[in-house]
Design a protein around this ligand. Structure first.
Ligand code: PHE
Length: 462
């Protein structure tokens, strides 16, 4: 590792110095080395040593500064010559001052007010030059220690070696000059600190400044999926009727999906062809992907005493091959109302109200007998075709009617599974196919479009 002194024996190119700030850094290093030598000699009051230091660095036959000048100035590219010159000539004055602050005023021939004023004026100038060479807060910190450091700061030495031993008639003068110097040094250090900070802030600001003339980043706005819109439309209608929205698990037990809904073991609806059974670890109960949202009828009635008015939006799964009207996953909204005085009239009124709210006031409904194990009587709810108004068209296959969803009055057998009093209670349930209702609403002909997430399709519903 070359010492700082070795550096004076090399050219700036050898030292890898290419920028003026690096030259100023050399100033700071040499200043520290020199001060350390001077102060340790001064501590011991060894005048001979101080003279040697003076010779070695400044005034001997081949002093370090001269050597440095040859290496740093004479052999440097022009761009670095000027900073190197200014650093070395300043070092010359700075070193001399350092040697002076450790000597009493008599030795400096400063024994009258004019000489003292001149001396302090020079100290001030040298200090002003010192801080100009600092371009970072770190090097400014070094300069601060060099001047106002408590142990070896120049101010401390001036106090010890100039002020304290001063003749009584000069003391007030020296004291005042020293106070002024201190104030100047402190003020200038602070000003320099702020200037360096501001410069680095401005540098950072300039680097980070936003270019307001650049075009913005276009982020495509999303929109609600048409199925989601249907969910929300339907939920809004039933919420206005006093229904509550609940959600349930997509992975179910055969009990909730079938048995408690009055679909016994041998029933065709439980056929493996219709249901996704999950591979369960040995010993664990069987699990399946729910084939409808109806299990939540059971789960809700198990948990809560009547009256019940709920709707259950969610995904359901069946082993259907995807085509224009089928998919292995689709969406339902279950509805259930149970109370002590619910009649078929309430059921019919609710269904008609919903259909009119959803498809429009002109649409008529009709109930067609149907079959579900958990409702009795069961119906299919049909509506007059929204496309031809009931006259008959391609969509309704000329019938004028479109099948909407299955529903019915809750089969009393179901109440037996949830400890509801079948003699006192009655209610109705329905299962809306959300995908189908969405298809009707937007007159699309392929259910797969809703699952492909092609933005060109989805954008039309934004
Ligand atoms: N769960 C039935 C299905 O998925 C629909 C339905 C629900 C029918 C509620 C009647 C009452 O086909």
């Amino acid at each position: 590792m070359p010492t700082t002194l070795d550096k004076t024996r090399q050219t700036l190119a050898d030292l890898g110095v290419t920028r003026p700030e690096q030259v100023y850094q050399l100033f700071s290093e040499l200043r520290s080395v020199f001060e350390a030598e001077v102060f340790s000699a001064a501590e011991t009051q060894d005048g001979g040593k101080l003279l040697n230091i003076d010779d070695k660095w400044i005034s001997g036959s081949r002093p370090i500064l001269t050597e440095a000048w040859e290496n740093w100035v004479d052999q440097s590219p022009t761009a670095l010559q000027a900073p190197a010159k200014s650093v070395l000539s300043h070092l010359n004055r700075r070193f001399k001052l350092t040697l002076e602050v450790v000597r009493p005023l008599e030795r400096l021939n400063a024994l009258n007010p004019a000489a003292i004023a001149e001396l302090f004026e020079r100290v001030k100038e040298i200090f002003d030059r010192d801080i100009v060479l600092d371009s970072t807060l770190i090097s400014l910190g070094v300069t601060r220690v060099s001047w106002v450091g408590r142990k070896n700061g120049l101010i401390t030495w001036i106090t010890e070696r100039w002020l304290k031993p001063a003749k009584p008639e000069l003391k007030p003068l020296v004291g005042q000059a020293l106070n002024e110097l201190k104030a100047h040094v402190e003020g200038a250090l602070e000003a320099r600190r702020m200037a360096i900070e501001a410069a680095s802030d401005q540098g950072a600001l300039a680097r980070e400044r936003e270019d307001l003339s650049l075009p913005g980043v276009m982020r495509p706005l999303g929109s609600r999926h048409p199925l989601r819109q249907t969910f929300e439309d339907i939920e809004r209608i039933f919420l206005s009727l006093g229904y509550t929205v609940v959600a349930g698990p997509e992975i179910e037990t055969p009990y909730y999906n079938f048995e408690a809904l009055n679909i016994p073991e041998h029933h065709p609806a439980r056929d493996n062809m219709d249901t996704f059974y999950l591979a369960a670890p040995p010993g664990a109960g069987q699990r399946l992907l729910r084939t409808h949202t109806s299990p939540m009828q059971i789960r809700t009635m198990e948990k809560q005493a009547p009256p019940v008015r709920i709707i259950v939006p969610g995904k359901v799964y069946r082993r259907d091959n995807p085509d224009a009207t089928h998919n292995f996953m689709f969406h339902q909204i279950e509805g259930l109302a149970v109370d002590s005085d619910i009649t078929f009239c309430d059921f019919k009124g609710t269904v008609e109200y919903f259909v009119r709210e959803f498809l429009g006031p002109k649409v008529k409904t009709r109930l067609r007998p149907s079959y579900f194990p958990f409702t009795e009587p069961s119906v299919e709810v049909d509506a007059t075709c929204v496309f031809c108004g009931g006259k008959g068209c391609g969509v309704c296959k000329q019938s004028g009617w479109i099948e909407l969803f299955g529903a019915g009055m809750v089969d009393p057998a179901v109440y037996g599974f949830v400890n509801y009093d079948a003699k006192r209670l009655s209610g109705f349930a329905f299962g809306l196919g959300v995908d189908r209702l969405t298809q009707l609403k937007y007159n699309t002909n392929d259910i797969q479009l809703y699952f492909q997430n092609d933005v060109r399709f989805l954008r039309q519903f934004a």
